[in-house]
Design a protein around this ligand. Structure first.
Ligand code: ADP
Length: 257
């Protein structure tokens, strides 16, 4: 048992002769924003992949809300309340804002479809409810887009696309949001606007926890409560950004690189 929202316990992930995660243990609590940092190849993406069920760990265990989810498949992980955004946009550019966000809630829609097949009216009510939720989410992130939900995403600038991706991740009401390099492809100012959005989501007080992988140290410093530094798959430091940035091993492995 674990009292934390998320726990990695002695996780090892090997790819042939490469040890991508080496005895990695970590915890995350409700409402926390955790930064996962480290040089290229240090195991950050692998930790997201192990957590979201893309790969099973070679050794060790993963717990979420007290339940063991080690090796669970991606759909089960998503159903448990863990969602992810990707470094490279996965939006369908020709589809509307609305449709892109609805894709993030397919399992609920499919469940609703089956259970409501007998009642067309109930199905339409459910679609209306999800449509309202999608619009409300967009309104909180980007007020002016809420009246343009039918506009194709491909017509939007990068920051708006990132916001739509976050809305898509949030539409299912997750407990844990994994952000993979949200600053990729954006300007400094856009990145900081997006950080404000993320802090706003947390400030809504719904208990959402966030893990962010990011190269931009300004982002990490600004929005994280705590950081974990990986190097060659091992955790070499943990603490506030100021604490880990002052750590000599971190400076050698990463900041001085
Ligand atoms: P980061 O996200 O910190 O840049 P990764 O988790 O992507 O690091 O990679 C950690 C190590 O694991 C690297 O040496 C990488 O080459 C290796 N690795 C990651 N995924 C695979 C894979 N699917 N097959 C083989 N090696 C992999």
């Amino acid at each position: 048992m674990t009292g934390h929202l998320l726990e990695f316990r002695n996780v090892v992930k090997r790819f042939g002769g490469v040890t991508a995660l080496d005895d990695f243990s970590m915890t995350l609590d409700q409402s926390e924003i955790l930064g996962l940092i480290g040089p290229n190849g240090s195991g950050k993406t692998t930790s997201f992949n192990v957590l979201t069920g893309i790969y099973g760990p070679t050794e060790g265990q993963v717990f979420f809300e007290g339940q063991e989810i080690t090796g669970a498949d991606p759909r089960a992980v998503y159903e448990a309340g863990i969602v992810r955004t990707f470094q490279r946009s996965r939006l369908c550019l020709s589809l509307s804002i609305y449709d892109n966000i609805m894709i993030g809630d397919t399992s609920r829609l499919v469940r609703g479809l089956w259970s409501n097949l007998i009642s067309r009216r109930r199905l339409e009510e459910q679609l209306d409810m999800t449509r309202r939720q999608a619009r409300d989410l967009v309104a909180t992130f980007s007020g002016h887009l809420a009246d343009r939900m039918d506009q194709p995403v491909g017509a939007l600038p990068m920051i708006e696309r990132r916001r739509i991706e976050i809305c898509r991740a949030l539409i299912s009401g997750p407990r844990l949001l994994l952000l993979d390099e949200p600053s990729a492809g954006m300007t400094h100012d856009e990145t900081h606007q997006l950080m404000d959005d993320i802090l706003d989501v947390r400030a809504r007080g719904e208990g959402l926890s966030i893990i962010i992988v990011e190269h931009e140290m300004g982002v990490i410093e600004r929005i994280t409560d705590r950081c974990i530094v990986l190097s060659y798959g091992r955790k070499i430091a943990e603490g506030t950004y100021a604490e880990v940035a002052a750590d000599s091993e971190v400076q050698n492995a990463y900041l001085g690189a």
